[in-house]
Write a protein that binds this ligand. Structure first.
Ligand SMILES: Nc1nc2c(ncn2[C@@H]2O[C@H](COP(=O)(O)OP(=O)(O)OP(=O)(O)O)[C@@H](O)[C@H]2O)c(=O)[nH]1
Length: 951
């Protein structure tokens, strides 16, 4: 006897049946009543909850041995895992072994592997932490490292990777993440977990969703439980959260829930999943309730005599009566099964967090929650969105789907994505930095960027600074532009190195920042003393301030007549840069780049500011990490990249990956063309040997072997591809600002204002800042304002700081509009100042709702009316203009008067075939649902509502 009834067990334990039922529910087990039967593991659970009950032990063995047998009959789960698996499935228990083909096996199929997974995956899942290779390089000055692989470091070395895969293969059934309701249940997915020898090999499923880490090392880490592992709703069609019933906002057709008796239609139940489309319109009783479980279980139960009886087939006499009872119970259970659109998917509890990469597809999501991708496609379809299983979805669509299914979907940011990617190779850059204490940190030179308005002397100043280099000329090399250079400067009696980024201007700075790269420690803001603060001066200082980079002001051209440094100081005070002599903390140095005046003082000021404001230290004794500054393809030398080492030591022979480029460092040169063997933190070097050209701002790092470097590069490439494919969501738009605030994502509305004349921009800014939001938690910040067209740079800044761009009488160039679109930056254009103010005020108050307008899609003239008992009247028509599309809104006009409005094109046919759209001059049959008042000569007009751009 495998099962025990609750009341029997309660008696045995000396408690009341009611207490037993309550206790079981507290334990997360679902029992309907005291007469419900429960499986052995549940029996054990209850016994454990009442340890004092003496009789407990006696009955346990009786139940235990048989328990695994039930699921095993229809599940590939290995014995040991099965008992565990059964535990979450008490609800189906009443039905299980004998008839209900559904619930019992299903949880087993799912839970067993997930129970086994952590066990098998944990030991050795992650290779041993990186054995830090000491950097002998520093002493010798020679290429210190044998470029060869470092033992213990490579997560892909077969010797390390194997156990992971093997453990999994050996102990668990083929597809741990299987969907209990999928018809392919139990089938190992191609390549699923069988690639023990090749843990790094991407799963086929991953291909669709892109750069998911490899099976063995991937996103959800090997040892870690899968995010969806507990799947409260999944294995328990009737239990746990499932009992809460589907979310209220589910499908309308769900109200047509099958009456218990309807289960007698086996076809309805069994086929439901295969025909999701049948559910809504027909309301086929079995399709909703019977479908999900029926389909999956039908298979599982096949071959077990009499299982079909549960659906009302066969059987007679005594059996019939019992069946009907069972059927009822089954029906009840199915009613509480999580189901939508005729399919069933594991549901979250509303707080279950699922992380997806940008550019992920339904397949990726399905894999995380162990669902069948096709089911999710169906669910999404019923939510009004169409997508294929492998199509990349945007965050909104995932949000919609997740909310419906009880998951909190997080689409991970590029930074998180990068972190996860490296994590899958057992590289944790942040963790590495956090672990570095005073014992390993050594001072490093500051990295400085020179910014300022056009012609204020940035280039000249960079040249002047370079000339002050105390060691210049010693190497005898030929000075060349490599994107950055380092000088040595005697400061307070000590020689100090300083690195300058040799691409003047804030454009490069912001472009790099847009990629998440923080290169600059300190910014020198060059302002010509004869010209004063100009638009780009302000732009540059906004950018530096937005990045929290301390600023040193170089008041240049003081040799010129009419130079007025004090005016500059006064002007900059308005922007928060207050000179020390006025009581502020910004250092101003009056220089002449042309005459080389006060350049040393400027460098001193930079060092003083660095020392005062920053902790510039890095660990030189490890593999190098840094940023690519610039790169180009040289005909003779191939890829030539200038990289800035940020920590560690880069050596010739090291294997590196920079963005999507990888390779071995063949040679390194400094800005004077001298060959280097090593490069220490803050050192910019030109590197030869990469496979292609990294982008400015791409991070680079040294890996233990070439394969890892290549794989990281490939994954980044795939991630880029997928991200580009994903429909970009607006980062933040005025319409959803209040939503973002409510979700706690932001509390400040960042704006970039661009206008045709400065007066208008100022007036707009003043007016905007005067808006009384009436809510202290929400703020408005103008992070940048300027005159002229919206530039790429504005979009970059908006990207970095999640800002909205307001254009007043200006438009962006096409290229810039494309960039904004790609990056999901909301740009709005106004020609009336009050339009902008109104919109922003409403957005801040959370009241800006999108406006829609009607856009006509097509018209058709009715030629003949066909009467159909099934579809109502069908208008045999010819399309006169545009396109007639199925499921669009329609109205009927007769002699210019509207006689039917708010209709929907429910059927659309070309001859006998269903059509999704029919174009001008083609004939078609249009069905408007239950609306039948159509006569020859009527015009059917179709239209859709589109969001109206604001002006
Ligand atoms: N008199 C004088 N002229 C200077 C000084 N610094 C730069 N100039 C001149 O100002 C002009 C612009 O200098 P650049 O260094 O090219 O200015 P920039 O800011 O790099 O200009 P862009 O690259 O166009 O943004 C040149 O003609 C320089 O010779 C200075 O200290 N004194």
């Amino acid at each position: 006897m495998a099962k025990v009834r609750v009341h029997e067990l309660a008696k045995e334990l000396g408690i009341t049946s009611k207490d037993a039922v309550t206790k079981l529910q507290e334990l997360g087990e679902f029992v309907r009543s005291a007469s419900s039967t429960i499986e052995a593991p549940v029996v054990k659970k209850l016994r454990d909850a009442y340890p004092g009950a003496g009789a407990a032990k006696a009955a346990a063995p009786a139940a235990a041995p048989t328990a695994p047998a039930a699921p095993a009959a229809s599940s590939p789960s290995p014995g040991p895992a099965a008992p565990k698996a059964v535990s979450p499935a008490p609800a189906p228990a009443p039905a299980p072994a004998a008839k209900a083909p559904a619930p019992a096996p299903a949880p087993a199929a799912v839970a067993a592997p997930s129970a086994a997974a952590p066990v098998s995956a944990k030991p050795g899942a992650r290779p041993a932490p990186r054995a830090e290779a000491p950097a002998p390089a520093r002493q010798g000055g020679q290429a210190p490292r044998p470029g060869g692989p470092r033992p213990g470091n490579n997560p892909f070395a077969t010797s390390q990777g194997m156990p992971r895969g093997r453990g999994g293969d050996g102990e668990r059934p083929p597809r741990p993440g299987n969907n209990p309701f999928a018809t392919s249940q139990g089938m190992p997915r191609p390549g699923g977990r069988t690639e023990g020898e090749r843990p790094g090999g991407p799963r086929p499923a991953a291909g669709a969703g892109g750069p998911r880490p490899a099976a063995g090392a991937g996103g959800p880490r090997p040892g870690a439980p899968r995010p969806g592992a507990p799947r409260p709703g999944a294995p328990r069609p009737a239990g746990g959260p499932g009992g809460n019933r589907p979310t209220p906002g589910m499908m309308p057709n769900r109200t047509e829930r099958p009456a218990p008796g309807s289960v007698a239609r086996p076809g309805g139940g069994g086929r439901g999943p295969g025909r999701p489309g049948g559910a809504p319109g027909t309301g086929a009783p079995g399709a909703g309730g019977g479908a999900p479980a029926g389909g999956g279980f039908g298979k599982g139960g096949r071959g077990r005599g009499g299982t079909q009886g549960a659906f009302g087939k066969g059987g007679a006499g005594r059996g019939k009566q019992r069946k009907s009872k069972r059927a009822k119970r089954q029906e009840l259970e199915q009613m509480s099964a999580p189901s939508l659109g005729g399919v069933s998917v594991p549901r979250g509890d509303g707080n279950t967090v699922i992380r997806l990469r940008r550019g992920s597809s339904i397949t990726d999501f399905a894999e995380k929650i162990d669902a069948n991708p096709a089911s999710l496609v169906t669910v999404l379809f019923h939510l009004g969105e169409m997508a294929t299983a492998t199509q990349s979805l945007d965050e909104d669509t995932f949000g919609l789907l997740g909310a419906e299914l009880g998951y909190k979907l997080q689409v991970v940011s590029p930074e998180d994505e990068e972190r996860e990617l490296l994590d899958s190779f057992d590289i944790d850059l942040q963790g590495e930095l956090d672990a570095e204490g005073d014992d390993v940190l050594e001072a490093r030179p500051p990295v400085v960027t020179v910014m300022g308005h056009v012609d204020h002397g940035k280039t000249r100043l960079l040249d002047a600074i370079r000339k002050t280099n105390v060691v210049a000329g010693e190497h005898g090399g030929i000075t060349q532009h490599i994107g950055a250079y380092q000088i040595s400067h005697v400061h307070e009696g000590t020689a100090r190195d300083i690195t300058f980024i040799d691409t003047p201007g804030h454009e490069a700075f912001t472009a790099m920042r847009a990629r998440g790269a923080k290169v600059t420690d300190i910014a020198i803001l060059v302002v010509a003393a004869d010209d004063g603060v100009m638009p780009q001066t302000v732009e540059a200082l906004n950018h530096a301030q937005a990045a929290n980079v301390p600023i040193v002001v170089a008041v240049n051209k003081i040799d010129k007549e009419g130079a007025n440094p004090d005016k500059v100081k006064g002007q900059l005070t308005e922007y928060g840069l207050v000179p020390e002599e006025y009581g502020g903390d910004t250092m101003f140095v009056e220089v002449s780049a042309r005459q080389g005046l006060n350049i040393d003082e400027l460098i001193d000021a930079v060092l003083l500011t660095a020392d005062a404001a920053l902790d510039l230290r890095a660990n030189p004794d490890k593999d190098a990490r840094g940023i690519a500054i610039e790169a180009n393809l040289d005909k003779g030398r191939g890829s030539v990249a200038t990289v800035l080492v940020q920590s560690g030591t880069l050596a010739v022979g090291d294997t590196i990956v920079a963005g999507t480029a990888h390779g071995r460092v063949r040679a390194m040169f400094d800005e004077d063309g001298n060959a280097l063997d090593i490069a220490l933190p803050s050192r910019p070097v030109q590197v030869l040997g990469l496979s292609n050209v990294p982008r400015a701002g791409d991070t680079f790092l040294v890996t233990s072997d070439e394969r890892t470097a290549r794989q990281i590069a490939e994954k980044r490439e795939a991630a880029d591809r997928n991200a580009a494919l994903a429909k970009r969501r607006k980062r933040i738009s005025l319409e959803d600002f209040d939503k973002a605030v409510a979700e706690g994502k932001i509390d400040t509305l960042n704006l970039i204002l661009k206008g045709d004349v400065s007066g208008a921009v100022e007036a707009l800014e003043d007016a905007l800042l005067k808006i009384d939001v009436g809510d202290d938690d929400v703020q408005l910040r103008v992070i940048h304002r300027g005159v002229g067209a919206i530039t790429q740079n504005d979009v970059n800044l908006a990207t970095v700081d999640n800002a909205i761009i307001i254009g007043f009488n200006v438009k962006p160039a096409e290229r810039v509009a494309d960039l904004a679109d790609r990056e999901g930056v909301d740009m709005r254009f106004y020609s009336v100042i009050y339009g902008a103010i109104d919109d922003i005020e409403l957005a801040l108050k959370g009241m800006l709702k999108p406006e829609y307008e009607e856009v006509q899609l097509g018209t058709a003239e009715v030629r003949e009316v066909f009467r159909s008992s099934k579809f109502g009247n069908i208008a045999g028509s010819i399309v006169r203009s545009g396109i007639i599309r199925r499921n669009t809104k329609a109205r009927v006009t007769r002699d210019g008067k509207i006689i039917g409005d708010n209709l929907t094109v429910e059927t659309l046919k070309r001859f006998k075939d269903d059509a999704t759209e029919v174009r001008t001059d083609f004939e078609c049959g249009i069905g408007l649902g239950s609306y039948n008042d159509i006569v020859e000569g009527d015009i059917i007009e179709t239209f859709e509502m589109r969001e109206k751009p604001r002006v």
